[in-house]
Ligand binder design. Structure first.
Ligand SMILES: NC(=O)c1ccc[n+]([C@@H]2O[C@H](COP(=O)([O-])OP(=O)(O)OC[C@H]3O[C@@H](n4cnc5c(N)ncnc54)[C@H](OP(=O)(O)O)[C@@H]3O)[C@@H](O)[C@H]2O)c1
Length: 269
């Protein structure tokens, strides 16, 4: 039996973590969501009965502490795996490069605030709230879902100057994972910043893009093919989560603080 908490679990990869982990009935699986009713309805529609939901926005430290208390009652005070998955991902600013913010400084500031509050403060608030439960367990694994978009090599090789704020926030999340790893190594707590690959979730779905966004996305995919000739396009959430769980389960204290892909290395696609 293992206990898992997925923070930001309402849809996309977070929901897929709930789906896959709950398929083992011996697991205790808790999802932190903002819209409990809608997610509960989806779980019922999918016939998933052994997932517990708690309400918490990643930017709300008090709600996260309350969710940790509720979780402790379900799991006898222990969490083996915490996966902080939720993120602020702006479709509006994804196509923008640094100079596109000339004259749009207020937009930059707003985007930066939202991205850093959710993608950097969020993991810190969530980890600090759940730390007593992680400490009480024997597995002690904490994963922050990052992005290959934070890797400067792929940025460079594939020529991706866009998604400035999102990439910077994920880069900061990688630093956060490393800082925690250094601070808590002596306690045996293992931290990982993990990129899920390029995955077919709503943000990458053509139907959610304007023609301009779609053209930009397709141009990026073309550059990705040049970076990774075997790249066949976005993978499914099912495939990504399966690969991510393998990396998470395989990680040891020696590798704590690393930034890895779903392959368990530095190949991001
Ligand atoms: N899909 C990809 O290709 C890809 C690539 C690289 C990295 N990633 C990373 O993988 C993770 C999941 O991405 P995804 O594609 O599954 O995204 P998604 O489908 O857009 O889902 C985003 C999730 O984050 C939650 N969330 C957003 N803001 C939140 C907040 N303040 N508090 C709590 N939850 C919040 C959303 O909840 P609501 O439903 O309440 O909004 C939703 O569950 C993210 O960290 C993303 O950066 C994804």
């Amino acid at each position: 039996m293992a206990s898992y908490v997925i923070a930001g679990a309402s849809r996309g990869l977070g929901y897929e973590f709930l789906r896959q982990l709950s398929s083992d009935p011996s697991n205790k699986v808790v999802g932190l969501v903002r819209n409990k009713e809608a997610v509960q309805a989806q779980l019922s529609a999918d016939n998933i009965t052994n997932v517990h939901l708690a309400v918490a926005d990643l930017t709300d430290p008090e709600a996260l502490v309350a969710a940790a208390k509720a979780t402790a009652e379900l799991t006898d005070g222990v969490v083996d795996y915490l996966i902080v998955n939720g993120a602020y991902i702006s479709a509006d600013t994804r196509p923008l490069s640094p100079t596109n913010f000339i004259g749009k400084e207020a937009l930059f500031k707003d985007d930066l605030t939202k991205a850093f509050m959710t993608n950097v403060a969020g993991p810190l608030y969530a980890i600090n709230a759940f730390l007593p439960l992680i400490r009480a367990g024997s597995t002690k694994k904490v994963t922050i879902i990052s992005s290959g978009m934070a890797d400067t090599e792929i940025m460079d090789v594939a020529g991706v100057s866009q998604a400035v704020v999102y990439s910077a926030s994920k880069s900061a999340a990688n630093v956060l994972a490393k800082k925690y790893a250094i601070e808590l190594k002596s306690e045996g707590i293992i931290f990982l910043a993990l990129s899920p690959g390029l995955v077919n979730t709503s943000g990458n779905s053509a139907e959610n893009m304007t023609p301009e966004m779609l053209a930009d996305f397709q141009a990026m995919l073309q550059r990705f093919r040049e970076y990774e000739p075997g790249f066949k396009g976005p993978i499914t959430p099912e495939e990504s989560v399966k690969m991510q769980l393998k990396v998470i389960r395989g990680l040891t204290l020696a590798g704590s603080g690393e930034f890895l892909s779903h392959h368990g290395n530095k190949r991001w696609l």
